[in-house]
Design a protein around this ligand. Structure first.
Ligand SMILES: [Zn+2]
Length: 188
């Protein structure tokens, strides 16, 4: 049987499609491999380098952290003290101009245990879990501040426990300058 022109065309069409499919599959697999390498590298070993403007009052607070101080804004009108430093009083909406230093002690008012593993955006490394995180009412302040706690498991915690801020020895004016809040009393 002699193949017609249509048969020859169909034959070449099939082979062309097969070749194209193979080439696309190879490209797709290469891309997938490259992406996997990229994500393995960037997600587990590198921090995301970004910078943003902290604003005038948060800059004051961060500069205080560098010196090992917790600074707050105090309202001259209603005497409310808010940490961190801010421009407007949340209670009476007047401008806050007074900056005060807090003692760094306080009490735990709420807490949670973080058990889900994730990459710490500050370091680019997996943060060891579990760890505890809490809302803290600092002595002299009227609002809650949040931070890491020096315990790993929630059964070592209860509301009302006294605590104290602990700074890193080397500080750079960053929220990470606060190492953790140390619980000063153990529960039985
Ligand atoms: Zn006020």
């Amino acid at each position: 049987m002699i193949p017609t022109q249509r048969d020859i065309q169909a034959f070449f069409q099939i082979w062309r499609n097969r070749l194209l499919f193979k080439l696309l599959t190879i490209r797709r697999l290469r891309r997938r491999k490259k992406l996997k390498r990229h994500f393995q590298g960037s997600f587990s070993h590198e921090a995301f380098p970004y910078r943003y403007s902290a604003g005038r009052y948060t800059t004051l607070f961060l500069a205080g952290l560098k010196e090992g101080k917790l600074l707050a804004s105090r309202c001259a009108n209603c005497k409310t003290t808010l940490v961190h430093c801010r421009q407007i009083c949340g209670n009476c909406f007047r401008a806050m101009s007074e900056i005060v230093e807090l003692l760094g002690t306080g009490q735990l008012i709420s807490y949670t245990q973080v058990s889900f593993p994730f990459v710490d955006p500050f370091t680019g490394q997996n943060r060891p879990v579990p760890y505890c995180y809490g809302m803290i009412l600092l002595d002299g302040a009227d609002n809650a501040f949040q931070g890491l706690l020096n315990v790993r498991y929630h059964h070592h915690l209860k509301n009302g426990l006294p605590l104290r801020v602990v700074f890193h020895k080397k500080r750079k004016g960053h929220i990470g300058d606060i190492k953790y809040f140390k619980i000063l009393k153990t529960i039985q």
